[in-house]
Design a protein around this ligand. Structure first.
Ligand SMILES: [Zn+2]
Length: 451
């Protein structure tokens, strides 16, 4: 009971001071897309990407992870659920690539999820890269896929890649910087799009719906295409919440918006929440949340998924981090922010982790529990979840118990304000909380990060 009180106090502190809206910084990267979706799994577009050259030019082609079963973000066991009708390949093919108007070649990475642009370009020079793309959206219950009338076009609009990284079958295996997007999207008239941006124009013409969407300072522009007429909207703290068949998720979204109110204003103008086929729960994109239809039956579970993905709008969306090498930086923090009670902590974290470790010991195994692993370090989804989410949440609980609610709230605010719209890392996160507490918290973090 005492701890429930402590958590309630945390909520009070986090919501009692007022903040003004953060304006978007200049990203220096403009992405302009003219796209058409046929309503049956094919998206075609022409993209123009304007940026300042800083080293090798690489493109993020993450949706090519869906070209073969081995690289989709679903482990071997999960694939039966993700592809109820059997595996269907999806992916992206680029053509007519030009850099500053001259033809350029692409060199694809081994897993085809990254491409290097082979063209002369000097560091510091502003460049315009243009290309055409054909995206095949697979029939699948994955974060990129179409199921039951909803096509999730997440990851389809190509952004610059920081580095070439092999993709992994679990977690969120991509790292992206922010860009300013303008999307013009043509759809069959009976369809519409939920997006992570703001719809600035809409018209219908010759049986097509034409949407213009602006999305500033997004790590990606995610779009879901679905039947028109299902949208419901409401205002919460100056943010437009748009529900697409996902009204049941709104209580969890509202709870987290209220909880994080004093950390910073919501990072974007709008938040779209889409009920779709996604088999694994929820998935966050800047300004857009996907929630799988299977999770709408249980209010508690649904609220928790919605709250978790809403917290990601701040920690992943606004404050980015390396989700491949340091997935704990956003995931463990977001998981802790969703904690509601001592009872929940005991049953879903502490006792569950103890049972997991003792079951493994009976089999003569010792699972990896270090919270700090990269996606490459964990054997599978289960090991990843126990280490990063469950053990990670216990790490934050230990920090919270040590420094108290006020320093925790100060640390969270400091971390956000120092890193909003950039890419942070574990050191910056620990430094922010250490500064807020007036204590070097490295040893307590290290005892979980390197356990
Ligand atoms: Zn998450």
């Amino acid at each position: 009971m005492k701890k429930i009180l402590v958590f309630s106090l945390l909520l009070t502190i986090l919501s009692c001071s007022a903040c003004t809206r953060v304006s978007f910084p200049d990203t220096g990267v403009k992405i302009d897309v003219d796209a058409s979706y046929d309503g049956a799994g094919e998206l075609t577009y022409r993209e123009s990407l304007s940026f300042r050259v800083d080293g090798p030019i690489r493109l993020n082609l993450f949706v090519n992870a869906y070209a073969q079963p081995e690289t989709v973000t679903a482990g071997e066991q999960e694939r039966l659920t993700a592809y109820p009708s059997g595996f269907r390949p999806g992916g992206i093919v680029l053509s007519d690539v030009t850099l500053n108007g001259r033809p350029a070649l692409l060199r694809l990475s081994e897993d085809r999820c990254c491409a290097q642009v082979l063209a002369p370009a000097a560091d510091g020079e502003r460049a315009v890269l243009s290309f055409s793309a054909v995206v095949t959206v697979p029939e699948a219950r994955t974060r990129f896929g179409r199921w039951n009338g909803v096509a999730s076009l997440a990851g389809c609009f190509v952004s610059l890649a920081r580095s070439e990284r092999r993709t992994v079958a679990f977690g969120d295996p991509f790292v992206t910087e922010t860009a300013d997007y303008t999307l013009r999207l043509s759809l069959p008239e009976e369809l519409t799009a939920a997006t992570g941006g703001v719809r600035v124009r809409e018209q219908t013409e010759n049986g097509r719906r034409l949407l213009t969407v602006r999305a500033s300072c997004r790590r990606e522009l995610a779009v879901c295409v679905l039947t028109a007429g299902q949208e419901k909207s409401e205002q919460r703290q100056g943010v437009t919440l748009r529900s697409y068949g996902a009204d049941g998720a709104l209580p969890g979204v509202r709870t987290m918006l209220d909880r994080l109110r004093s950390v910073a204003p919501f990072p974007y103008e709008e938040l779209a929440i889409v009920r779709c086929g996604f088999y694994a729960g929820g998935m966050e994109y800047p300004g857009l949340i996907l929630i799988g239809e299977d999770f709408f039956g249980d209010e508690t579970v649904l609220s928790r998924i919605a709250a978790h993905e809403t917290a990601h709008q701040y920690f992943y969306g606004a404050v980015g981090s390396d989700q491949i090498l340091e997935p704990w930086v956003d995931e463990s923090l977001v998981e802790f922010l969703c904690l509601e009670s001592e009872k929940q902590f005991a049953s879903e974290y502490r006792d569950r982790l103890a049972a997991y470790v003792s079951d493994a010991a009976l089999r003569g195994e010792r699972p990896r529990l270090a919270v700090s692993g990269s996606l490459y370090d964990y054997a599978d989804t289960t090991e990843y979840v126990y280490a990063v989410y469950i053990h990670g949440c216990m790490m934050w609980r230990a920090v919270y118990d040590l420094i108290g609610e006020k320093a925790f709230a100060d640390g969270l605010r400091r971390y956000y304000q120092e890193n909003a719209f950039g890419l942070a890392d574990g050191d910056r996160l620990i430094d922010a909380f250490s500064a807020a507490a007036g204590l070097d918290l490295r040893p307590i973090f290290a005892s979980y990060l390197n356990a």
